[in-house]
Design a protein around this ligand. Structure first.
Ligand SMILES: [Zn+2]
Length: 332
C-alpha cells in the first residue's frame, strides 16, 4: 500500500484505535500517557508477575508459561531432558523468578537446572539472582557485557519511568546477576539428555547479544524480543536509558532471516501468541514499511504515526511507533 492510499475509511478506523491501545507495553509512562490520555487501563495495568500456575506443553517435555499479553511479562520456556532442564527467561522481579524456579522443580524433579536469558532487558531476566545457587546461568558474552555495562541504568530507568508507581516495588532488591558461564561467538549447543538445544546470536539487534533458543528435533524456537506477535515491534530507543548504539535494525533483519532459515515449526515470541514463520515475516514487513514511509515522505518533521498505524490496525502497543520512527530517522 502506498502512503497516498490511506482512505477516509482508514482514517475512521484510526479514530477507534484508543480501544486497542488499552494494553501498553514497556515504554516510558509519559509517552504512553500521551498516546492514550485518560485511559483508565493505563493506571490499572495488571501486575507483571509471571503466573506459573498454568504451563502449556507444546511437545512432550517442552513447556511454556504464556504471557497472557500482559505488558512486561515475557513468554517463558521450560525444556525438560532426562538429565537437565533449561529455563528460557525468568521474568521481572523476585516473585516471577521464584514462581518459575518452583515450577521447574515440579516439572523436572531431580534434574540439573540451566537458566538462559534471551536478552538483558529487565522484564526477561531481572530476577535471575533467584537461580544463582540452584541453577547454572548460561548465555553469550555480549549479553553479559551489556548487562554489566547498562544494567544499573535500565534498573533506574524502569523504576523511574517504565513501571507504574504501584509496580515499582517489583525491582526492590534486584541485583544484577552475571551468568556463571558464557559462550563466545555466535552459537552454543548442548544436550539436556535426549533433547538437543542450540543457542544462537546474530549480535546487536533488539539489544546487544539477543539470542534465540532452538530445539532442532522439535523445531521449536524461542525468539525473545526479536519477535512480538501482533504488537508493534519494540525498537527500544529510549535515550539515555537505551541509546541508538544498543540497537541495530539492519542486524535485526539479518537475525530474522536467520530464524526463517532454521525453518521452525513453532515460534515463541518474546511477547504475544505462539505462531509460525508469519511472525518474523510480519516484523520484516514492518521494518520495510517504516523505512519506505520515511523515504517517501522525506525527513520533514511530519507526524507519521497515523500512516504506520493505519497499516497495522489490529496490532497492540502503538506507543512503540514513535521510538521506531526516531531510530529510523537517526539512522537514515
Ligand atoms: Zn527487550
Amino acid at each position: 500500500m502506498e502512503i497516498e492510499d490511506i482512505t477516509s475509511a482508514d482514517r475512521r478506523k484510526l479514530l477507534k484505535l484508543p480501544i486497542l491501545a488499552g494494553l501498553v507495553g514497556a515504554l516510558p509512562i509519559e509517552a504512553a500517557a500521551q498516546e492514550q490520555k485518560a485511559d483508565p487501563l493505563l493506571t490499572a495495568r495488571p501486575m507483571p508477575t509471571v503466573d506459573a500456575r498454568f504451563p502449556a506443553e507444546m511437545a512432550p517435555g517442552v513447556f511454556i508459561l504464556p504471557d497472557k499479553r500482559i505488558p512486561l511479562v515475557p513468554n517463558i520456556g521450560i525444556v525438560v531432558g532426562t538429565q537437565a532442564a533449561l529455563v528460557v527467561d525468568c521474568g521481572l522481579g523476585i516473585d516471577s523468578a521464584e514462581n518459575v524456579l518452583r515450577l521447574t522443580r515440579e516439572l523436572a524433579p531431580g534434574r540439573r537446572i540451566i537458566l538462559t536469558v534471551t536478552h538483558a532487558h529487565p522484564e526477561h531476566g531481572f530476577g535471575a539472582q533467584v537461580f544463582r545457587n540452584d541453577a547454572h546461568i548460561y548465555y553469550n558474552a555480549a549479553q553479559r557485557d551489556y548487562l554489566m555495562r547498562s544494567g544499573n541504568g535500565m534498573l533506574d530507568g524502569f523504576s523511574a519511568s517504565v513501571l507504574p508507581p504501584a509496580h515499582r516495588h517489583l525491582l526492590d532488591g534486584i541485583e544484577l546477576t552475571p551468568p556463571h558461564e558464557t559462550y563466545d561467538g555466535s552459537e552454543a549447543a548442548f544436550d539436556l539428555g535426549g533433547r538437543e538445544v542450540r543457542l544462537r546470536t546474530w549480535g546487536t539487534a533488539h539489544s546487544p547479544g539477543d539470542q534465540i533458543v532452538f530445539l532442532p528435533q522439535e523445531r521449536i524456537l524461542f525468539a525473545g524480543d526479536l519477535l512480538e506477535e501482533r504488537m508493534f515491534p519494540i525498537v527500544p530507543f529510549f535515550p539515555p536509558m537505551i541509546g541508538a548504539d544498543d540497537i541495530d535494525v539492519a542486524k535485526w533483519e539479518v537475525a530474522l532471516n536467520g530464524i526463517l532459515r532454521l525453518q521452525p515449526r513453532l515460534i515463541v515470541p518474546g511477547h504475544g501468541n505462539l505462531g509460525g514463520t508469519e511472525i518474523p515475516e510480519a516484523v520484516l514487513g514492518y521494518f520495510k514499511a517504516v523505512s519506505n514511509i520515511l523515504a517517501q515522505t522525506g525527513q520533514q518533521n511530519r507526524d507519521l504515526r497515523p500512516l504506520i498505524r493505519a497499516r497495522y490496525p489490529t496490532w497492540e502497543n502503538p506507543e512503540f511507533i514513535p521510538p521506531a520512527l526516531a531510530y529510523f530517522r537517526l539512522r537514515a
